[in-house]
Each structure stands twice: as C-alpha cells, then as structure tokens.
Design a protein around this ligand. Structure first.
Ligand code: C2E
Ligand code: MG
Ligand code: MG
Ligand code: MG
Length: 290
C-alpha cells in the first residue's frame, strides 16, 4: 500500500541520513590525520593579466589525496574542517606553505607576485588570527604585499565588528583582501564601501554566461563599474574560453583566472611556467550575446 511504501521510503531516507552522518564522521577522523600523513597538498592556480597573459599572482587551493576515496574535493572536506574546528590547524599550514611559495616565487621576479589564500569564517573568528599571520610572515620572511586573503561575502555580515577589525589589522600590515565568489552572496553595496577591500572576484557563474546571456553581461559591466568607483581591482573567475577573455578585456577587466589559462598546479609547476604568457593559443569559440 501507499502507506507502507511511504514508511519504507522514510526508513530508507533515515538510513541514508545515518550513512551520510557516518561518512562525515569518518571523513572528519581521516582529516585529523591527513596532514601528518602527508595526504594534503597545496596547488596554485595562476592569475593573469588579460592583455598579455602574464602571471601576476596565484590562488592556493587545497588538495586531499585520500588513501581509500581518492581525491576529495575541498567543497566536501572544507565544511567538515570548519565544523570540527580543524580548519584552524589546516589554515595555519596552508598559510605557511603559501608564504614559502611566495618567497620562492618572488625571489627572481621583477614585479611583486601575490599568493592568495582562502580564509574561512571560522578562521577569522579566532581572536589570534592577526598575530598568527604576523608570526608566519616573519618566520617565512614573506613580505605582506605578497599575500592576499580571499573571503566570502557572508563574512561581511559582521554584527560584532570582529571581522572588520581583523581585516583592517591585516590591511594595516600590508596584506590585501579580496571578496571571493562576488555576486552570489548577500553583500549590500554599503558593505563594499565600509569594509577594507582591495579586490572583487566575480563569481564564475557570471563569467560562464556573460557571453551568451545579455542580462549577465550587463551584470558583469555593473560590477566592473562599481569596482572602478570604489577603486577596487577585479578578477574574473572561471574563464574557460577565449571569447570570455576577449569580452572581459573589452569591458575593462584586467585580471582573470580560469582553465583557459591554467588549472591549479603544484608549486614546482607554477614556478616553471611563471615567465611564460598563458593562453595565447587558439581556443574554441562561442557566440557573443548582443
Ligand atoms: P574558490 O576559492 O572560489 O576557488 C575557485 C574554484 O574554482 C577552485 O575549485 C578552482 O579549481 C575552480 N576553478 C578555477 N578555474 C575554473 C574554471 O575555469 N572552471 C571551473 N569550472 N572551475 C574553475 P576547488 O579547488 O575545488 O575549490 C573549491 C573551494 O574550496 C574554493 O572555492 C574555496 O572556497 C575552498 N577552498 C579551497 N582551498 C581552500 C583553503 O585552503 N582554505 C579554505 N578555507 N577554503 C579552501
Ligand atoms: Mg578563492
Ligand atoms: Mg571563488
Ligand atoms: Mg568558491
């Protein structure tokens, strides 16, 4: 009967939830050992000048090679790390590694190259963050202007003023701040002026359809003009085609990141390709929205 199958559905559903909760617990306990077992690695995705393809920075992205599950994407394990508090230990490791990369990368560079590090809400809520950053910069001999933090818009819903104080202190040190996935959160425009922000990273969902959807194209133009008014830089995320890159360049966007140029690669590979200009070859084309 319908009632009976309904009950079975419910049982199936609740079992499914139990399985998922179990998997999450397993992931959490595996993550606790991942660092010491050397399963975690940082990869770096280049940020390039749209005009020339020259690399001016990169973003550090965590990779976890799980012995049984294979590569676990950060969208799956970062939330686990955040809920369990492990993010602070992982975050400190990510920061130290990123600073070391910045030091090597800048050793022979004519112009400063920034390494951007993603920062979770949980990390910025810990009172010692600013001192920790200061300590790691000093210990690794990393200059603050080689470091950028990427935070999401949700961080700007800052009722107690803790976040704005931490961001201001970091900025006073010379570290820059970027808003990640811009356009997907709740930022009231007033936040953008109130918070000490250097860079807006336009979420890849806008970039993806900007060349085929007139409305999206207008939104990208609007974001670019807001950034100009506020004297902020813009990075287009998730640029995959030449047509997208040309559209962005024509609209005055200077910086981009995406598979068109490079995916995230290990440190040695980043260093090896730093002086090459990326993506000057032919790429598949697509229609441009008019
Ligand atoms: P995010 O900071 O917005 O990073 C950009 C994501 O888009 C990365 O996914 C990157 O590999 C991917 N991506 C870059 N270019 C393209 C493209 O052209 N097309 C497509 N489809 N995707 C592209 P990834 O590495 O899986 O990271 C996912 C998210 O996990 C990051 O989003 C970030 O929020 C978080 N994350 C990664 N590493 C860390 C970390 O060290 N700390 C913290 N707190 N979060 C991290
Ligand atoms: Mg990011
Ligand atoms: Mg992003
Ligand atoms: Mg993201």
């Amino acid at each position: 009967s319908a009632k009976r199958s309904g009950r079975n559905d419910f049982r199936f559903y609740s079992k499914d939830l139990t399985v998922r909760a179990q998997e999450r617990l397993t992931l959490e306990s595996d993550l606790r050992h991942a660092l010491e077992r050397g399963e975690l690695a940082l990869h770096y995705q280049p940020k390039v000048l749209l005009g020339s393809g020259a690399m001016v920075g990169c973003e550090a992205l965590l990779r976890w090679a799980h012995p049984r599950l294979g590569m676990v994407p950060p969208d799956q394990f970062i939330p686990v790390a955040e809920d369990s508090g492990l993010i602070n230990e992982l975050g400190a490791w990510v920061l130290r590694e990123s600073c070391l990369t910045a030091v090597v990368w800048n050793a022979a560079a004519a112009l400063p190259r920034k390494v951007a590090v993603n920062l979770s809400v949980r990390q910025i809520q810990v009172p010692g963050l600013v001192a920790q950053v200061q300590g790691i910069l000093a210990e690794t001999h990393c200059q603050p202007q080689w470091l950028e933090f990427e935070i999401t818009e949700s961080l700007l819903l800052d009722e107690d003023g803790l976040v704005v104080n931490a961001l201001q202190a970091l900025r006073d040190m010379g570290v820059t701040i970027a808003i990640d996935d811009f356009g997907t959160g709740y930022s009231a425009l007033s936040y953008l002026a109130r918070f000490p922000i250097d860079t807006l990273k336009i979420d890849r969902s806008f970039i993806h359809s900007a060349t085929t959807d007139h409305f999206r194209a207008e939104l990208v133009r609007a974001i670019l003009s807001i950034a100009r008014c506020l004297n902020q830089q813009v990075v287009a995320e998730g640029v995959e085609t030449r047509v997208q890159a040309d559209f962005l360049a024509a609209e005055g966007c200077q910086l981009a990141q995406g598979y068109l140029f490079s995916k995230a690669v290990p440190r040695e590979q980043l260093l090896a390709m730093s002086d090459a200009c990326l993506a000057l070859g032919d790429m598949p084309s697509e229609p441009i929205a008019t």
